[in-house]
Design a binder for this molecule. Sequence first.
Ligand SMILES: NC(=O)c1ccc[n+]([C@@H]2O[C@H](COP(=O)([O-])OP(=O)(O)OC[C@H]3O[C@@H](n4cnc5c(N)ncnc54)[C@H](OP(=O)(O)O)[C@@H]3O)[C@@H](O)[C@H]2O)c1
Length: 324
Amino acid sequence: MRAVVCVELGPPEKLVVEEREAPGAAPGSVVVEVRACGLNFVDVLMIQGLYQIRPEPPFVPGTEIAGVIESLGEGVEGFSVGDAVMGMSGFSAWSERVAVAAGSLYRLPEKLGFERAAGFIQSYCTGLFALRNRAELSAGETVLVLGAAGGVGLAAIDLAKSMGARVIAAASTEAKRKACLEQGADAVIDYANEDLKTRAKELSGGGVDVVYDPVGGDYAEPALRSLVPGGRHLVIGFAAGEIPRVPLNLVLLKQCQVVGVNWGGWSSRHPDGNRELLSTLLQLFEAGKINPLAPRSWPFSEAAPALRGLMDRRIVGKAVLVPG
Ligand SMILES: NC(=O)c1ccc[n+]([C@@H]2O[C@H](COP(=O)([O-])OP(=O)(O)OC[C@H]3O[C@@H](n4cnc5c(N)ncnc54)[C@H](OP(=O)(O)O)[C@@H]3O)[C@@H](O)[C@H]2O)c1
C-alpha cells in the first residue's frame, strides 16, 4: 500500500510517497481502507518537529481518517466489514490502509461523506470543547473568530451559530471572507487591512463577548482589547507563528478571562468526555444544525504543495488528502 512518509523533519517538500506493508487487524482493532484523511495545521508543525508531540522519523503523519472497514480483529463488536467509519488514527493517517482501535471509530453519517468526515473531528471537537466547555457560550452573545476561513475557524463559525451566537469573522482575503459568510458568519473583518479592535467594537455595538483565536501573533492583543468587560479570550493556537505576550493590565482592567484550550490533551485524559463531544457533534449534524463546508482535496502525491499552501495562508477552508 502507498503512504505519505516523513523521512526527516523539515519542510513539506521532504515528504515522500512510499510503498509500505499493509497493517493487519490486531485484537480490538480494525483495518480501514482510507478514502480521505484530514490535513491540519498541526501536521505542518509535526513534520517540522515544531509540535508539542514529536514522533521520530520515519513516520506517517496525519491523525484523522474516513474510510471503509476492510477487516476486523479478534473481539471487535458493533462493526462489520464494509461499514463506513471515521475516527482518529494516532499518527499514521496518510496511508491507503490504517489499523485503528475499534473504540476510537464512529459510524460515518451517509450525508457527511468521506471527505467532509476526514476534516471534521479535530476542527469540530476543538470548536465545541472551546465554545461550550471552556467559554460556556450563551445564545445572543457575540463571538469574534480569527483565522476564520481556516479549518478550526470555519468550524467555530458553524458551531457558534448553532448555539445562537452572533459571529464576526476575521480573515485576510476576499475569498476567505466569502467562505466565512457562506459558513454563516453575520459580519466579516479584513484584519489584514482594517483595525481589528475598532471594527470588532463597531460591528458588535461596543465589544465582543468571546474571542476565538487560533492565530495569535499581532492579532491577539487587538482582539483581546475588543472584548466587553468580563469577556473570554479563547487561546486556540498560533498559526501566525509568534506566541503573543499580552499586557496583564488589560486583563485586570477588563476583568476578562484568558482561557486556554487544549482539546488534544483533554481528550486523551477524558476519553469518555471526548466520546460525548463527538456524539453530540454527529447528532447536531444529523439534525441539520451544523453543516461543514466541503473541503478541497489533494492526492497523496500532492501532499507537499497542499501543506505548503496551509503554511503560506493560501488555502481557503478545510483541506484533505485522498489516496492517489
Ligand atoms: N488548541 C487546540 O486544541 C487546537 C486544536 C486544533 C488546532 N489547533 C491550532 O489551531 C490553529 C489553526 O489550525 P487550522 O487547522 O485551522 O489551520 P488553517 O486551516 O491553516 O487555518 C489557520 C488560519 O490562520 C491564519 N493565519 C494567520 N497568519 C498565518 C500564518 N503566518 N500562517 C498560516 N496561517 C496564518 C490564516 O487565515 P488568514 O489568512 O485569514 O489570516 C489561516 O486560514 C493551529 O495553530 C493549530 O495548531 C489548536
